[in-house]
Design a binder for this molecule. Sequence first.
Ligand code: SF4
Length: 363
Amino acid sequence: ENNEEIEFSPSMLTEMAGELHNALEQASEPSTKEQKSALRKKRRQLKELEAHRDKLQEYNNHLDNLQDRNSYSKTDKEATFMRMKEDAMRNGQTKPGYNLQIATENQFIIDYSLFPNPTDTLTMIPFLKSFADRYGQLAHTVVADSGYGSEENYHFMSENGMEAYVKYNYFHMEQRPRFKPNPFKAENFFYNEEQDYCVCPMGQKMQRVGTRHTKTESGYVVEYARYRAVRCEGCPLRCLCFKAKGNRTIELNHRLRIYKQKARELLCSEEGLKHRGQRCIEPEAVFGQIKYNMNYKRFRHFGKDKVLMDFSFLAIAFNIKKMCTKMNKEGINWLIKHLYGLITDHLSYREQNNRDYLLNIAA
Ligand code: SF4
């Protein structure tokens, strides 16, 4: 018996429906009641097949629109449903949108990009690459919050010689004066790097028993080393340590541990403290000014290209506004008037040229 699964495509179903249709057309006229009812049944089945073909085509179209996403909006197929910070109904409702990433320096927007994925972790590498496309080189120093602190991102920045002042999960917790690390957490177990073993809170040696690999959505391979205790039975700390049966097995990500250590050193250095202090008045302040001072909380177009154009205009206007404020503060506002004069002269010259061109066409 052949149990092989066949994956039907809409074109295969169209072909089959066509053949069945022809066969029914060419069949002789039914004479008996049974033959008539059999013919009716076959026609009904043919209609069902066509309906299934249409549904399959519809699902394929949905999958083409989705690509790597889990959802998309029917009104703007490039927008993905995401949870928004602004949640008037307080029910965690999702709305179609884009994940906008911006890079700032001295509160000037120096780069921006739109992403379909709501989590920030996966946006960092493409965003750093977009910066390189725009300026012809990768950024030398990167300051970002813990939403970007993944092994893959640290790896990319380390491979490209970037200074990564990027926080990781629990960095803030670690910095609290009363913070005490949980001794039963696997990453807090003593680890002997030379001989590759761990020691549990009871002082038992945990030997390496294997390795597990996982792939991130972008295809990056993460490696977890596994260690297992020899005998947990009868341990007085058992109830505090773990709940599963048998002996405790832990998994450690050594590469991430080293990257975190490096990030911690950088973030706690003098330069790191300066960058951390600056971060909250850099992109956050820019977002605050855009959303609350300028009341720009929604994009006014559909489609990624148009939305990007929409934000590009805003970014240009924002930077000009910022420049004027800075010039005003520094008492060089005469320069603004001069620049304004140059721009209006240029625009009126362009307008005159366009008018002449139109007149020539009309003539
Ligand atoms: S339960 Fe096992 S792993 Fe946990 S402290 Fe006791 S001996 Fe160590």
